[in-house]
Design a protein around this ligand. Structure first.
Ligand code: SAM
Length: 272
C-alpha cells in the first residue's frame, strides 16, 4: 500500500480483503476457533478500550490504510477523524469511502514521522499496525506527542521484536527475511519496551504496554485458510508467485511468533 497506481492498488486491495477480511489487520483470538472477522474486531476493540474516544474528540489516525477504520471511528464514536498515509492512492480511496458513508473523516497525504500538523491539536493519536513501516520510530513518537493536547491519549498496536537477532542469525535466515520483505514491504520491528521508554522520555505517562503475541498467533492460520478458500480469485488478482510468497510469509511469521523472535504488542499512553 505505498505509491502504486490506482488500478494496482484496487487489485491488491481486493486480494487483501479476501485474505484478511474487511479489517486489514491482525486478529485478537479469544480461542482457537474464533472466526477471523470476530478476532479483527476484537483487536480494534482492544484499541478502542484504551483510546477512550468520545463524541467530538479530534482523532489522528496515522497510517490509515484504506480509511475504513477512520470512518468507523467517526461513525461509531462521533469523533472527528483525520487519517494520514504516505499513499496517494490510499488517500483517494479513503476520501471516497468517507464521502460515500457521509462520516466526519478526512484524509491527507502526510508522513507520520514528520506530520506538519499544529501542536496540541488532537485528543487521540491512533496508530494501528503502521509503525513498523516507519524507520524513524523516534520521529513517529515525538510527532505524535507534539500534536496531542494535554490529557490526550496515544494508542498503538503493532508487530514487535522480542529479542535481539544476532548478525549470524540474520545471515542464516536471510531467505526468511527476504520472504517477509517481498510479502509485507520494508518493515522494522522494535521491542514494545522501547516504544514505552521513548514515550516516557517524551514526557508521556504509559498506562499499559501488553504483549498479545499469544492472542494474535491464530491470525496466520486464518489468513492461510482464506488463501485456500479464495485461491482461484486470488490468482486472477495477483500473480501465482505473490500468492505463494504470502503463504510462505505467514509460515515464517508463525515460526517467529512460536520461537519468541517476533510477536505483537499494544500500548496506551497519556499526555499529562
Ligand atoms: C498495514 S497498513 C495499516 C492500515 C490501517 N491502520 C488498518 O489497520 O487498516 C499501514 C499503513 O501505513 C501507511 N504508512 C506507511 N508509512 C507511513 C508513514 N511514514 N507515514 C504515514 N503512513 C504511513 C501505509 O501507507 C498504510 O496506509
Amino acid at each position: 500500500m505505498s505509491t502504486q497506481p490506482a488500478a494496482h492498488y484496487d487489485r491488491v486491495h481486493e486480494a487483501w480483503r479476501l485474505i484478511m477480511g474487511e479489517e486489514f489487520h491482525y486478529g485478537f483470538f479469544a480461542s482457537a476457533d474464533t472466526p477471523l472477522e470476530v478476532a479483527t474486531a476484537a483487536l480494534t476493540a482492544e484499541m478502542l478500550t484504551r483510546a477512550g474516544i468520545g463524541p467530538g474528540d479530534r482523532v489522528l489516525d496515522i497510517g490509515c490504510g484504506t480509511g475504513r477504520q477512520s470512518c468507523d471511528l467517526a461513525a461509531d464514536s462521533g469523533a472527528s477523524v483525520l487519517g494520514i498515509t504516505t499513499s496517494a492512492s490510499g488517500v483517494a480511496a479513503a476520501s471516497e469511502l468517507a464521502r460515500t458513508r457521509g462520516v466526519d473523516a478526512r484524509f491527507e497525504q502526510r508522513d507520520g514521522t514528520s506530520n506538519g500538523l499544529p501542536d496540541a491539536s488532537y485528543d487521540v493519536v491512533w496508530a494501528l499496525e503502521s509503525s513498523h513501516l516507519m524507520r524513524d520510530r523516534g520521529g513517529l513518537l515525538s510527532e505524535s506527542v507534539r500534536v496531542l493536547a494535554p490529557g490526550g491519549r496515544f494508542v498503538l498496536c503493532d508487530i514487535v521484536r522480542k529479542r535481539e537477532i544476532p548478525f549470524l542469525e540474520v545471515r542464516s535466515r536471510r531467505h526468511d527475511f527476504a520472504v517477509l520483505r517481498s510479502a509485507f514491504g520494508d518493515a522494522h520491528m522494535e521491542p514494545l519496551a522501547s516504544y514505552a521508554s521513548t514515550l516516557e522520555e517524551l514526557g508521556m505517562t504509559v498506562l499499559d504496554a501488553t504483549d498479545i503475541s499469544e492472542e494474535t498467533l491464530g491470525t496466520f492460520a486464518a489468513w492461510r485458510a482464506n488463501v485456500a478458500r479464495h485461491e482461484t480469485t486470488l490468482l486472477e488478482l495477483l500473480d501465482a508467485e505473490s500468492v505463494a510468497d504470502f503463504v510462505r510469509a505467514t509460515e515464517v511469521l508463525e515460526a517467529f511468533w512460536n520461537d519468541g523472535t517476533l510477536g505483537y504488542g499494544i500500548l496506551a499512553a497519556v499526555k499529562p
